[in-house]
Design a protein around this ligand. Structure first.
Ligand SMILES: [Zn+2]
Length: 345
């Protein structure tokens, strides 16, 4: 792969077919790769070079032997009794998959088509990430809109006044943050190892939380036959009114992931999703429409300066979002849905 990438880099080729003519024979002869593995290596190299170029990087990407290996339908095969056969440079290798409950259900669910896979090694354990696809159901005609506000204290508030997660998540993250700071100060080898461990733990925690929240939110919209309305998240970092102490929590939470989970779970459930402009959603009164930044008295409290309406600030924002969606429907209907899943070998 490194060889493919260096050639692609030198000759400025990111097209897979063009790269193919450059490297195919060399990879087969010099490195003894099988025909299919040579193609997978070429594809990965081409993608890496293209990504590096679009990031403005000025060095060629390299791959260590521990890097992940791409498999397609021709280079790996799932077999009975949870075994998998993989093409390697030493011929075919059969491995035993260790499947969790979730992975098993999905792999044996024939409505999910099995696609390519990626083999990854971490801490001496091999993981096989298998991609499965399923066509989205046609979204049903919604009877209303459920506005969704993503925030700091409450990760998600909807326009019915329901809030998802909050204090407990905040406490866990606060504790981890302090722990991280202590380790950063110590800066020993052991501390750096612990930091990496902690970062992975944090990412798992965020992912689990995001799964739970997005699941119950989408489930509610499906039950009530409503569309979901979300703020366009590209602006969440730019919203200037976030106080400094909150900024850390705000940008470090995996909001993009949370939104992605909501979008794909909604697509699977046939719930339409609409994106609305986030402008003024938190400072406009949801009763009389008066817009003033002083309306938001504090992080959690909203009080209108004109009609005197009081509400939870996040709920008020979520109501505004649901209204914006009705006025300006931007329906997003992704056509295909991808789920990657991991099984330890
Ligand atoms: Zn008002």
């Amino acid at each position: 792969m490194s060889y493919c990438a260096s050639l692609a880099w030198e000759q400025a080729v990111t097209n897979k077919n063009k790269l193919h003519t450059l490297v195919y024979h060399a990879t087969r002869e010099q490195f003894g790769l099988g025909a299919q593995l040579a193609c997978c290596a070429r594809d990965k190299a081409a993608e890496a070079v293209r990504a590096a170029r679009s990031n403005g990087s000025d060095t060629c990407p390299t791959f260590t032997t521990d890097r992940s290996i791409r498999y397609d339908a021709r280079t790996y095969r799932l077999m009975s009794l949870d075994r998998v056969s993989l093409n390697t440079m030493q011929g075919r290798v059969v491995g035993q998959l260790v499947l969790g409950e979730y992975q098993r259900t999905r792999l044996y669910d024939t409505t999910w088509k099995i696609g390519g896979a990626e083999l990854i090694r971490r801490d001496g354990v091999w993981y096989l990430h298998i991609t499965q696809t399923k066509a989205n159901p046609t979204p049903s005609e919604p009877t209303g809109v459920l506005g969704v506000d993503l925030g700091i204290v409450n990760l998600v508030s909807d326009s019915d006044g329901e809030q998802y997660s909050g204090e407990q998540v905040k406490r866990v993250r606060e504790r981890r943050f302090k722990h991280r700071q202590r380790l950063q100060k110590r800066n020993t080898r052991r501390a750096r190892y612990r930091l990496r461990q902690l970062a992975r733990k944090e990412a798992r925690f965020a992912k689990d939380t995001n799964h739970v929240i997005s699941k119950s939110l989408v489930e509610k919209a499906r039950r009530e036959r409503k569309a979901l309305a979300l703020e366009d998240l590209t602006n969440i970092r730019k919203r200037g009114t976030v106080r400094k102490a909150q900024r850390r929590e705000h940008s470090s939470w995996a909001f993009a992931q949370l939104r992605a989970f909501i979008v794909y779970k909604a697509a699977l459930a046939g719930v339409p999703v609409q994106f609305v402009c986030p402008r003024n959603t938190s400072r406009t009164c949801s009763v009389c429409g008066h817009c003033d930044k002083h309306n938001r008295r504090s992080q959690g409290h909203f009080q209108c300066g004109v009609c005197g309406h009081t509400a939870n600030a996040d709920t008020n924002a979520a109501i505004n979002i649901s209204r914006a969606a009705v006025i300006q429907p931007l329906v997003l209907r992704p056509t295909g849905e991808e789920r990657a899943q991991a099984a330890a070998l």
